[in-house]
Every structure is written in structure tokens, then in C-alpha cells.
Design a protein around this ligand. Structure first.
Ligand SMILES: Nc1nc2c(c(=O)[nH]1)N[C@H]1C(S)=C(S)[C@@H](COP(=O)(O)O)O[C@H]1N2
Ligand SMILES: [Mo]
Length: 518
């Protein structure tokens, strides 16, 4: 296919449409942008295997990659529309209309969408069509005559004008479109940045915990370079969610409803929540999508209200077995009620490592339940707690085939040396983390080249709900070697060595790395 003026016209129209759509979304609602709405719908409808692949391959960049793909698809379609526009201008305009209507429909159907959410898509379509028609008019020739009856266009754009004035008109159009594009691009980016600043502006003071966490034991952090620190700083904490745009919630307007199978439905404000006795606990959070040796695990000290007390106040009815939590962007999580009520530190958290929750991690409030993977327990931007049954309602990932219950599997990981590192001969520190929330890590063993297992030295831990650092000294000899780790939990069970992928209930298998000793 040749790239020519027709294709360029299509691309220009698409770029103007997308840019204007972003700009309009700034005024309406960031997630109402046609790009974000369609991207979000793709996320929600994509098959589980594809999502699994995206998380595995692109990691935290999965969202950028997805939006990039949507833009590429739009660009390809735009080239075809541009090429068709010379012969069939009305069909080209109609297809822009269809695309914009489709985007508007998708935007209106997104969770938490209001009636205004169609506006960015509609405005975007109008801008795209206007850009295409103007470009056609500038081009002149037969296509122009077919779309524009004589006398409709400004004289500078028409044949009757002298060539010099006509090309001046074309230049004005080109400059105008480029100007619009720059405004839209700059406005879009600046708006998104301003949006991130807004949440920081409206924040709140954290109360003191009624029940502070025990100080971390001296030896919790082995402080080995390259080893994940015991407490993960907030800005390094992994992020996994379906939100293409981070929800920005005004804490003054936030409320949490407790409904469903309860005797006394409740609605509490953030002020109510902060006035309750809050507890502070050390809990390690892990993601079911984490591959063996993967990075989706982090540790933080959380401050929050025990869910148990809240639910007791609401009065859970007999028969309920699922706590369905709903986030401001429509994501849902199904937590076994038994896990929330069995006395573990299931929290409605407002702070992470001494700071209000970062926007990316659920500001102003999220759930944290030790021992369950995040998809089944850790709803960020939570606004609804619905008491229900597993038989009656399925949560977001369960509808997509993931297990309804999500207990964390015992897992261990080698952080140092790095995979494929070159290490000197002689004693080498091999170190990493292991986790088995709710059961605790009782032992970690390491071996080289399928030799005998040796016990690693375990760091101290504050309890059974956190990960545990470990270190082992290996006598390295020249050659290429494979180092392998496995953990045993507090019940005496050693982690499953059979390799299974994350879908549908979490990966298993021993982590191993290969290193070279010169
Ligand atoms: N609203 C919302 N909450 C969510 C998710 C999500 O997609 N949306 N993902 C869950 C998953 S799969 C995990 S592993 C944890 C990750 O929490 P983090 O991003 O703070 O590390 O959040 C959970 N809470
Ligand atoms: Mo997850």
C-alpha cells in the first residue's frame, strides 16, 4: 500500500479527533475520553489468557501498551478512511460518525459513567469529520465538488480563487490543524498531570492508631544490596489494576456503603472512618498473576479499621458467605466472609507506611486481607461492601475464570545474585524473600546444581502475615551453575515444586537462576 496525501488526510483527521477527544475529556471526566473508554472496555472483555500474557510481558507498562495498540488500530483504520475519502467522501464521514457513536456508547456504558460521558466521543467525531472535510476542500478536484455544493466554501478554498490564494488557504488549514493538535496534545498531557496533583491537594490528617504495630524486629531487614527491602517504599510498591486512569476521589465526598445481607445497612464518611479505633499492622500483599520469581509482591505497614467490627455493626445475616467489595471504577472483588471474620487483621486501610494511600494504591481507602491474593481481597478506591453469596454474584476476575477463593500459596524468590550474573569464586551471598501469609515461613532451603538442600538463615519477622528475608552462603566454583530455592510454611508443608502458571489460582514451582563463575 502506498502512503500518499489521501492516507495523510485520514491520519490528520484521526489525530485531530483523538486530540480533541482528550481535551473534551479533561472538562467532562478523564475516563470519559474515547481512547480511555474503549481501552477500558478492551481490558474488561479481553480473554483472561491475553491479560495474563500482557501482565507477564509488559508488567507495569501494560496500560501504556494497550493504549498504544488502540492508537495504532485507529491509525490503520484512519488510513483506509482517508484513502476512501477521495472517491466516497460521504462514506468516509459516515464511518467517522459510526466510530464516534460506537465510542460514545462504550463510554456511556463504562462503570461510574454519567450522561455527560458521551460528550468527548461526540465532540471528537465532529472534530475528526470537520478536519477531514476541510482537508478534502483544500485538495480540490472532483471529491470536493461532490461534497460541497458551489458557493458553500470560503472562496480561498475553491477553484475560482487564484492558485496563490488557494495554496494560502491550504496553508492556513494545515497550520490550523497542527495548532489544534498541539493544543490538544499539550492540554491532554497537562490535564492528566494536573489531575494527579488534585488528589494530593485534597488530603487528610492521619489519626494515631488505637493499636500500633509492634516495632519491627531489629533483624527483619538483612540489608543486602539487591535484596528487596523488608518494607517496600510506597513509590516502589508494585501496582496491578484494571484502571487505565487512576480514580481521583475527593476525600470529602467519599463514602462507604455496607449493604446486602445485613440487618442495618450503613453509609460512613471518611470522617466517621477516621474517628473509629484504627489498627496498624504489617501485611505483605501478593498478586495471583505473579510468576515464579516475579515482582508482584510488596510489604507495607497499613493503618485501617478492622472490617470485622464494621461488619458486626451492620449485622451480617445468616447465609452470607461472600464480601463483595466494589471500587469507584466498578471493579469488584469477592472475599470469603470466613476469612474476614476469623480474627485475622482484615482492614479497611487508609494509610500505607505512615502516609495516606497514594492515588495509585487506592486513595482514600482500600481493603487489605492477609493471606489472600489481591484480586480476592485488596479492592482499591473501595466504595461499596455488599454482603452476598458466591452462588449469587461473581467478582471481576472470577467471571473471567479465576478461582473464587484466593489463598496465597507458599513461595520463595532469589533476589541476589541477579539471573545470569557473573560472580567471583569463593563465598557468595545468595539472598531473597519467601512468603506464606497466615501460615508464616518456617524454613528456606537452597541448593546448587541439584545438589543437597542447605538451610538458609532466616531474618526475623513481626508475624506470620509478612514475607521473610533469607540468606545462604554458597561456595562458588568456576563454571555455570543453577541455584534453586524452596520454602516451607509454618504448618510444615514445603512449597509445591510442580511448575504451574498463575491462571487460575496462582503459580507454583521453585525459583531458580543461572549464574556464571569465571
Ligand atoms: N479497584 C481495584 N482494586 C484492585 C485491583 C483492581 O484492578 N481495581 N486489582 C487487585 C489486584 S489483582 C491486586 S494484586 C492488588 C494490587 O494492589 P497494589 O496495586 O496496591 O499493589 O489490588 C487489587 N485491588
Ligand atoms: Mo493481583
Amino acid at each position: 500500500m502506498r502512503f500518499d496525501g489521501d492516507s495523510a488526510r485520514g491520519l490528520l483527521a484521526a489525530a485531530v479527533a483523538l486530540g480533541v477527544g482528550e481535551l473534551a475529556a479533561l472538562v467532562v471526566r478523564p475516563s470519559a475520553s474515547p481512547l480511555v473508554a474503549v481501552g477500558g472496555a478492551v481490558v474488561d472483555t479481553a480473554p483472561a489468557a491475553l491479560k495474563d500474557f500482557a501482565i507477564r510481558t509488559f508488567g507495569v507498562h501494560d496500560k501504556a501498551v494497550l493504549l498504544g495498540c488502540v492508537v495504532v488500530v485507529v491509525a490503520v483504520v484512519a488510513v483506509f478512511v482517508g484513502r476512501a475519502s477521495a472517491r466516497w467522501p460521504l462514506i468516509a464521514v459516515a464511518s467517522i460518525g459510526c466510530a464516534s457513536t460506537a465510542a460514545a456508547t462504550v463510554a456511556a456504558g463504562r462503570p461510574a459513567a454519567g450522561p455527560l460521558d458521551v460528550v468527548p466521543s461526540v465532540v471528537s467525531g465532529l472534530a475528526g469529520a470537520a478536519a477531514l472535510l476541510t482537508a478534502l476542500a483544500c485538495r480540490g478536484g472532483r471529491a470536493r465538488q461532490r461534497v460541497f455544493p458551489p458557493g458553500l466554501l470560503p472562496e480561498v478554498l475553491t477553484r475560482s480563487a487564484p492558485e496563490a490564494r488557494r495554496s494560502a488557504g491550504r496553508r492556513i488549514f494545515l497550520a490550523g490543524s497542527l495548532g489544534l493538535l498541539v493544543v490538544a496534545a499539550v492540554g491532554g498531557v497537562a490535564g492528566r498531570l494536573a489531575g494527579s496533583g488534585r488528589a494530593v491537594a485534597a488530603t487528610f490528617r492521619l489519626p494515631r492508631p488505637a493499636s500500633p504495630a509492634k516495632p519491627l524486629p531489629q533483624g527483619a531487614d538483612l540489608r543486602i544490596p539487591g535484596l528487596a527491602p523488608f518494607t517496600t517504599p510506597n513509590h516502589d510498591f508494585y501496582r496491578v489494576d484494571t484502571a487505565l486512569v487512576v480514580p481521583r476521589i475527593d476525600p470529602r465526598e467519599w463514602t462507604l456503603r455496607i449493604t446486602g445481607m445485613v440487618d442495618r445497612p450503613m453509609e460512613i464518611t471518611l470522617e466517621d472512618l477516621l474517628a473509629r479505633p484504627l489498627v496498624e499492622r504489617d501485611i505483605t500483599l501478593t498478586c495471583v498473576s505473579n510468576e515464579v520469581g516475579g515482582p508482584y509482591a510488596g510489604h507495607a505497614r497499613w493503618l485501617g479499621a478492622p472490617l470485622l467490627n464494621l461488619l458486626r455493626e451492620a449485622g451480617v445475616r445468616r447465609g452470607a458467605d461472600q464480601l463483595l467489595s466494589v471500587s469507584a471504577d466498578g471493579f469488584t472483588c469477592g472475599t470469603p466472609l470466613a476469612a474476614v471474620m476469623d480474627g485475622r487483621d482484615a482492614l479497611l486501610a487508609v494509610a500505607m507506611n505512615g502516609e495516606v494511600l497514594p492515588a495509585e494504591h487506592g486513595f482514600p481507602a482500600r481493603m487489605v486481607v492477609p493471606g489472600l491474593y489481591g484480586y480476592a481481597s485488596a479492592t482499591k478506591w473501595v466504595v461499596d461492601l455488599r454482603l452476598t453469596t458466591f452462588a449469587a454474584e461473581q467478582a471481576y476476575w472470577v467471571r473471567r475464570g479465576w478461582a473464587a477463593d484466593g489463598p496465597v500459596k507458599t513461595m520463595s524468590r532469589i533476589d541476589v545474585p541477579a539471573p545470569l550474573a557473573r560472580v567471583p569464586a569463593g563465598p557468595v551471598q545468595v539472598a531473597g524473600v519467601a512468603w506464606a501469609q497466615r501460615r508464616g515461613v518456617a524454613a528456606v532451603e537452597v541448593r546448587a546444581d541439584d545438589g543437597p538442600w542447605s538451610p538458609a538463615r532466616l531474618a526475623d519477622v513481626p508475624g506470620i502475615d509478612t514475607w521473610r528475608q533469607w540468606v545462604w552462603t554458597w561456595q562458588a566454583t568456576p563454571g555455570t551453575h543453577r541455584l534453586e530455592v524452596r520454602a516451607t510454611d509454618g504448618t510444615g508443608r514445603t512449597q509445591q515444586t510442580v511448575r504451574v502458571p498463575p491462571f487460575p489460582d496462582g503459580a507454583t514451582g521453585d525459583h531458580s537462576i543461572v549464574v556464571t563463575v569465571p
